[in-house]
Design a protein around this ligand. Structure first.
Ligand SMILES: *[C@@H]1O[C@H](CO)[C@@H](O)[C@H](O)[C@H]1NC(C)=O
Ligand SMILES: *[C@@H]1O[C@H](CO)[C@@H](O)[C@H](O)[C@H]1NC(C)=O
Ligand SMILES: *[C@@H]1O[C@H](CO)[C@@H](O)[C@H](O)[C@H]1NC(C)=O
Ligand SMILES: *[C@@H]1O[C@H](CO)[C@@H](O)[C@H](O)[C@H]1NC(C)=O
Length: 541
């Protein structure tokens, strides 16, 4: 008996000790400031087998060769050459020189283990004037070469038709996106791309971030074409973008889908708007209003019912009336147009970088007509304590991406979503050990995993922005978003691998997050001991 008691005590002690060490396995956090165990602890699991890992770039930001082989000028060429708009008057004239170095870029992608690559076609490279009667075969050949090289490396292209570089000719002729003549010209261009590339491209994105096109291009004017007309014009631009998208979707659906068997959608961007106090219904309404004014502006017509969100329609009408205008500044779709636009997205592309807290709106303000001046009217901010990137607008808040993916899933009836951009900027210094970017990717990708596995969001792919340091629009080369360093002072634009690329390659290779097996072995040991313990107790009795 005594012997048995000693044995039991012995095993008990050992078991207690191993449980103790086993439970030393504690929650792991990427950022000190985000350390709520239920929300922020790293989550170990893998992504679905067919999850699409990708990385992205865009034509004007990487290609260079702005006037080579017959390419026509775009509004970004003009905007940069004008001077006074971009940090130190930087331009995309050479950028990463990917027009000449695409094979090297694709070798970098192959090293990452990418299965997909998202890039955009420069409209004025294939149609120098923007019009269908100006086909430039050299431009077509360039994209054929890129696509073929990708496929040779086992990488599927995801192609954006419009990533902000409108042919200058269309802007000069009739005001570009401000005029509905653009719908026809965009459709001709899209159709040309389906005809020439659609045998190999199976994933099409019509527009990248129409919200930015409308607001930064035409309301604040800080992006090309630099028009500063808050109030009505940005909504007209948005209207023409939505109609152009729908037209191109129908063209694909009617004339190409049955043979080419691809998918076509749009990429929308938004921060997540987190109610500051989730128990305050006014904060929840504020979050909903902010989300409908950002994602809903384009998402609601395309994915929901062919029309703008109710809150946008009622608020802009009310505020326009308060401003003494005879009609709403937000244009209306005809019934026929609503039917035509309804459900013209095969998937939802999301570009997401950061999060804000929001609180209830104050009284409506009629003084400054405009999206920001009067219409959204939701006070928002980023906490001081959140980490800061090199971009003023970008603070990493990893849990926000989980919230926004769930919002999209619920709002748009479980549609397939893809993260088509996500990433972070660092300052313009030579630093290959980019720990801040590693933290960002690790935590954000982990939150995407939680959205899928814990919340059931139908997210099918993740795209890291960006493959390379590149031309960051009005910030020029002062902010670096790449997993590969590019030396812009060297004519040869050499690329170097940063540590974040290695981390991303590891996550892709593991298809997610595999728990450290040190702690796992303790857990296993614990259960073996539990069995032994039960056996001994049973024997003792
Ligand atoms: C940029 O261009 C503007 C307009 O031409 C000029 O006034 C300004 O001095 C330029 N800045 C730099 C840094 O070259
Ligand atoms: C739109 O462009 C057409 C030419 O394509 C022109 O006739 C028309 O006046 C323009 N409309 C507006 C509102 O500028
Ligand atoms: C949009 O599509 C939904 C679902 O198919 C349908 O119920 C609704 O009536 C459509 N609305 C319009 C305006 O076509
Ligand atoms: C963890 O697993 C790897 C590969 O499966 C193995 O090489 C390594 O020895 C393991 N480490 C521990 C602590 O068990």
């Amino acid at each position: 008996m005594a012997c048995k008691m000693t044995a039991v005590a012995c095993v008990l002690t050992y078991f207690a000790l191993s449980l103790y060490f086993g439970s030393c396995y504690s929650a792991e956090y990427v950022y000190d400031v985000f350390n709520d165990e239920d929300r922020d602890a790293l989550y170990y699991d893998t992504f679905p087998d067919d999850f699409k890992w990708s990385s992205a770039t865009s034509s004007y930001q990487i290609e260079g060769a702005w006037n080579e082989d017959g390419k026509g000028p775009s509004i970004w060429d003009t905007f940069c050459h004008e001077g006074g708009h971009v940090y130190e008057n930087h331009t995309g004239d050479v950028a990463c020189d990917s027009y000449h170095k695409y094979k090297e870029d694709i070798a970098l992608m192959a090293n990452l283990g990418l299965k997909n690559y998202r890039f955009s076609i420069a409209w004025s490279r294939v149609l120098p004037t923007g019009k269908i009667d100006s086909v430039n075969e050299d431009g077509i050949a360039y994209y054929n070469n890129v696509i073929d090289e990708l496929l040779d490396n086992g990488i599927d292209p995801m192609v954006t038709l419009y990533h902000w570089d409108l042919p200058q000719g269309l802007h000069d002729d009739y005001g570009g996106w401000m005029n509905e003549s653009i719908i026809n010209d965009f459709n001709d261009y899209a159709k040309l791309c389906f005809e020439r590339f659609g045998d190999r491209v199976k994933f099409w994105i019509t527009f990248n971030e129409p919200w930015i096109v409308a607001l930064l291009g035409y309301e604040s004017g800080v992006f090309a074409p630099g028009i500063n007309e808050p109030g009505t014009i940005p909504y007209v631009v948005g209207h023409n973008l939505i109609k152009s998208h729908a037209e191109a979707w129908h063209t694909y659906d009617d004339q190409f889908r049955s043979v080419q068997k691809g998918v076509i959608g749009i990429t929308l961007n938004s921060d997540w708007s987190e109610p500051h106090d989730r128990k305050n219904y006014k904060h929840i309404f504020a979050s909903e209003r902010a989300m409908q004014f950002s994602l809903g502006w384009f998402g609601h017509p395309i994915y929901k019912n062919g029309d703008y969100p109710e809150i946008m329609k009622t608020k802009i009408a009310e505020i326009s009336a308060g401003q003494g205008l005879p009609q709403s500044r937000l244009p209306e779709f005809t019934e026929e147009e609503k039917v035509f636009i309804n459900h013209t997205g095969d998937f939802f592309g999301l570009n997401h970088y950061s999060t804000n807290y929001v609180v209830n709106p104050t009284n409506e303000n009629y003084e400054l007509p405009g999206y920001w001046g009067s219409d959204v009217n939701v006070p928002s901010w980023k906490e001081e304590s959140w980490p800061q990137s090199a971009s003023s607008w970008l603070k990493p808040v990893p849990w926000g991406i989980r919230q926004i993916l769930v919002w999209i899933h619920n709002e748009y009836d479980g549609i397939d979503s893809y993260v088509t951009e996500n990433g972070v900027s660092t300052h313009d210094v030579y630093d290959l050990s980019d720990e801040e970017r590693m933290k960002y990717y690790k935590s954000y990708i982990n939150e995407v995993l939680k959205a899928i596995k814990l919340d059931g969001a139908n997210c099918k792919g993740y795209t890291a922005w960006s493959l390379l340091d590149n031309f960051e629009w009005a910030a020029g080369y002062s902010e670096r978003f790449g997993m590969h360093y590019v030396d812009f002072s060297d004519d040869d634009r050499p690329r170097e691998v940063k540590d974040s690329a290695k981390l991303y390659a590891d996550i892709i290779a593991d298809n997610g997050f595999i728990e450290d097996n040190t702690s796992r072995s303790l857990v296993v040991e614990g259960s073996v001991l539990l069995t032994a313990f039960v056996v001994i107790i049973v024997n003792t009795l």
